[in-house]
Design a protein around this ligand. Structure first.
Ligand code: 2HG
Ligand code: ZN
Length: 457
């Protein structure tokens, strides 16, 4: 296979002879393990993607698309071997059109660059997965990624107007539009966003941009415990304030973040909320933050620290963004979840998750996007022997989430990590309908096989 693929695409774009070249494509940032592909294609253009998929279809070789491999659910792991199709080299910003409020990009562009390019022309690309400095926009589209600002601004899919994609047989499709409105035909753009590379390989993305808010203010509210913090989140939102973020850190997350700096949490902090308000009028942005702080104090906050200036605001965010890595440094076997519960259930969920951890003799850290109910419950452990308890704990967490009216994944995708749980949330009719959609797009089943749906047949 390798020789034919190399003859087709050229040696510069194909790897496979040296196992060291394959190793980075065997893993992502999930706990799912290593699955080396037989070959890696480093596509440089849509034509390379078309050629690879035609080649793979003719030979029925699995193809797993990938970007920066920062996923947390094993979505881009080549679990059946075959070809890892990397889109990282397709990293051109094709057009920025401030007049039309949009940008056209290739999938390998780093998300942070999309944000910067938008801001350069006074516009805003709001979705901000915490890995924005390293993840790619194509990966964000595949998972329909979100981030802290999703509370006010929504997730990746809310900004995708149209896609160019290559089907499993090598045919090219263009879905959606380059206009702000448009309702022609089924919304296939929405179907492809979040399909985790199982339906088509995206080669071009048209993004909607919005005006850049002129003022942003941040505050860190310190609480004695996570339940008080969760109560404050509910009360802020009930008061009709819509901050752009309401990020929760529980005691474990604080301890981990504190160990790496740059921000030092006050002694006695059992939980924290990182809140940010934005808008065009600096005074009303500050007034909303002050009101938010008052509500936090009424709900039991010990202190409210308003960031003085941009550098302190950035410092707070740098601290929040490294929680995941800091926890992983302390507990190399951290399993990260991204469940969502209805907002009103957040305090209950946090208490139940801690109790479930205790029942299984495990530490459970909870942090993340509390404002929209999207919590990162991380099961933390050190020894592989603890794995059966971890699996039982994860199952209990998922069951509890669903009992609270929630969903098993809010931003990382189902991938490999959560495919066994999907039937707990969605009935057999819905799963079967999705399998049939998959078969329509990819009749040979070569595109990212084994993902999203359980392998029970
Ligand atoms: C975050 O919000 C990321 O920090 C990662 O989604 C979450 O590792 C995690 O649990
Ligand atoms: Zn997150």
């Amino acid at each position: 296979m390798l020789a034919d693929l190399t003859a087709l695409l050229g040696a510069r774009k194909v790897r496979g002879a040296d196992p060291d070249d394959l190793a980075p494509f065997a893993r992502d940032e999930s706990h799912c393990g290593a699955f080396p592909p037989a070959a890696v294609v480093l596509a440089e253009s849509r034509a390379d993607v078309e050629a690879t998929l035609r080649f793979a279809s003719e030979r029925r070789i699995p193809v797993t698309p990938c970007g920066a491999r920062t996923g947390k659910a094993g979505g881009s792991l080549p679990i059946r071997g075959g070809i890892a199709l990397s889109l990282e080299r397709m990293d051109r910003i094709i057009a920025v059109e401030p007049g039309d409020g949009m940008m056209v990009v290739e999938p390998g562009v780093i998300t942070g660059r999309v944000m910067e390019e938008a801001e350069r022309v006074g516009l805003f690309y709001p979705p901000d997965p915490n890995s924005w400095e390293s993840c790619t926009i194509g990966g964000n589209v595949a998972a329909n990624a979100g981030g802290p600002r999703a509370l006010k601004y929504g997730v990746t899919g809310d900004y995708v107007l149209g896609l160019e994609a290559v089907l499993a047989d090598g045919e090219v499709i263009r879905t959606g539009r380059r206009t702000l409105k448009g309702v022609a035909g089924y919304d296939l753009t929405a179907l492809l966003v979040g399909s985790e590379g199982t339906l088509a390989v995206v080669t071009e993305i048209t993004l909607r941009l919005v005006p850049l808010p002129k003022a942003v203010r941040a505050a860190l509210c310190i609480f004695p415990d996570a339940t008080a913090a969760a109560r404050a989140v509910a009360q802020v939102l009930a008061a009709g304030i819509l901050p752009r973020t309401l990020e929760l850190l529980d005691d474990q997350a604080i301890a981990a973040a504190d160990s790496r700096g740059p921000f030092r949490f006050p002694l006695g902090a059992g939980a924290a909320i990182l809140a940010e308000t934005d808008g065009d009028d600096p005074e009303s942005v500050m007034a909303a933050l002050v009101r938010l702080g008052e509500i936090a104090v009424e709900a039991g906050a010990l202190d409210v620290l308003v960031a003085q200036g941009e550098s302190q605001r950035r410092e707070l965010w740098a601290t929040r963004r490294q929680v995941s890595l800091a926890l992983k440094a302390l507990y190399p076997r951290k399993v990260s979840e991204d469940i969502v519960v209805p907002r009103s259930k957040i305090p209950q969920a946090i208490e139940r998750f801690k109790a479930i951890g205790r029942e299984h003799g495990l530490q459970v850290a909870t942090y993340g996007h509390a404002g929209d109910g999207n919590l990162h419950t991380n099961v933390l452990f050190r020894e592989e022997e603890e794995r059966p308890a971890v699996d039982a704990c994860l199952e209990a967490l998922m069951r509890e989430t669903l009992a609270l009216g929630g969903t098993i994944t809010g931003e990382h995708g189902v991938g490999l990590a959560k495919r066994a749980f999907l039937p707990w949330e969605q009935g057999p009719v819905l799963i079967d309908l999705q399998r049939r959609l998959k078969a329509t797009f990819d009749p040979l089943g070569i595109l990212n096989p084994g993902k999203i749906f359980p392998e029970d047949r």
